[in-house]
Ligand binder design. Structure first.
Ligand code: IPM
Ligand code: MN
Length: 361
């Protein structure tokens, strides 16, 4: 990184730009406090652009993101664009081409946030999910045979490579160690049925853990059981490592127990020192709320906080890490003042919540 943090900002569709604006407001508020300079460059990729031009994003345009220290994405999804086009053409294309092989999703119940689980508070819900982000059922392997006939066959293959599992597992072990919580890493899979892919992951987990992470306690859950424990005893978890599709599903469950999609954020991370990562709130573009300023920007602001921590860590800029931590603290001071995390029920408008976080800094 030069002396300026360079961020490519994709507000995207629907309410994406509204929450992105609040995240950038908080970025502007923290920068002078932690003494760093930043520069944001906006891009209009998303549904509107696709409807006008017929193009989502080209390989060359994705390559241009490599000049930035990070990408910030508001939301993609447009009611007039058929499903799959923006998801595969933009979100997954960026994840794959920039080899963002980690999807890091904290499940954290902030103070004052209503939890749908009876008797659970912030001390019970404070774990992080490390989702593999380039393989598994997302690889695109498979296809049709005899399409549109009565004998049609479709296959969709779950790809597990030792290379892909290993780099994800190593990141998860390191991340677990860095969290300094309970030093416990839970692998989630379905080894009782997926006896090939699950076996590869399980053996890699055991071998890497045994050889290099003897300080980390290894734990294993089947995916169905993990769903049950998320609801019954979320306090069991410190760090989880999960293949792509299971990680996609279980992090939506995680989002609900932390108060909903208005709070949940994630980072698509390429941990290489020169890697370009992308940070986003987990919620969608919520077209029916567009223009009303009622969407909760907390998730978007938390994604900006994560951007600062991850990029700071990667580029060894401790003031950025500190800035990210301060954004987290400011969020924790703001959530108790809000009536609800749901759209339209916060007791504040979207920009007012952004102001509260900025003031809390
Ligand atoms: C997510 C989303 C994406 C995924 C979709 C939009 C392709 O659900 O980021 O979790 O499945 O990864
Ligand atoms: Mn998802």
């Amino acid at each position: 990184m030069g002396d300026t943090l360079k961020i490519a900002v994709l507000g995207g569709d629907g309410t994406g730009p509204e929450v992105t604006r609040e995240a950038c407001k908080v970025l502007a508020a923290i920068a002078p406090l932690e003494n760093f300079k930043f520069e944001t460059t906006e891009f209009d990729y998303g549904g509107e652009r696709y409807l006008k031009s017929g193009e989502v994003i080209t390989e060359q345009q994705i390559d241009e993101f490599r000049q930035f220290d990070a990408i910030y994405l508001g939301a993609v999804g447009h009611p007039e664009v058929p499903p799959g086009i923006l998801e595969k053409g933009l979100l997954l294309a960026v994840r794959f081409q920039l080899d963002q092989y980690i999807n890091l999703r904290p499940v954290k119940l902030y103070p004052g946030v209503d939890c749908p689980l009876k008797g659970k508070g912030p001390e019970h819900i404070r774990f992080e999910v490390v989702r593999e982000n380039t393989e598994g059922l997302y690889s695109g392997a498979g296809g049709f045979m005899r399409k549109n006939t009565a004998q049609e066959i479709a296959t969709q293959e779950m790809i597990a490579t030792r290379f892909g599992a290993e780099r994800c597992l190593r990141f998860a072990f390191e991340h677990c160690r860095q969290r300094k919580d309970r030093n416990q890493l839970t692998l989630v899979h379905k080894t009782n049925v997926l006896t090939y892919a699950g076996d590869l992951w399980f053996r890699a987990f055991e071998e890497i853990g045994e050889a290099d992470y003897s300080d980390i306690e290894r734990d294993y859950n089947h995916i169905d059981a993990a769903c049950m424990w998320f609801v019954k005893n979320p306090e069991f978890y410190d760090t989880l490592v999960v293949p792509n599709m299971f990680g996609d599903i279980i992090t939506d469950l995680g989002a609900m127990i932390q108060g909903g999609l208005g709070v949940a954020s994630g980072g698509n991370i390429n941990p290489d020192p020169a890697g370009c990562s992308m940070f986003e709130p987990m919620g969608g573009s919520a077209p029916k709320y567009q223009g009303k300023d009622v969407i909760n920007p907390i998730a978007a602001i938390a994604a900006m906080g994560m951007l600062l921590r991850v990029v700071g860590d990667q580029k060894e800029e401790s003031n950025l890490v500190q800035a990210g931590n301060r954004v987290e603290e400011a969020i924790a001071k703001t959530t108790p003042r809000m009536k609800s995390m749901s759209a339209g029920k916060m007791g504040y408008s979207t920009p007012e919540v952004g102001d509260l976080v900025a003031e809390a800094l």
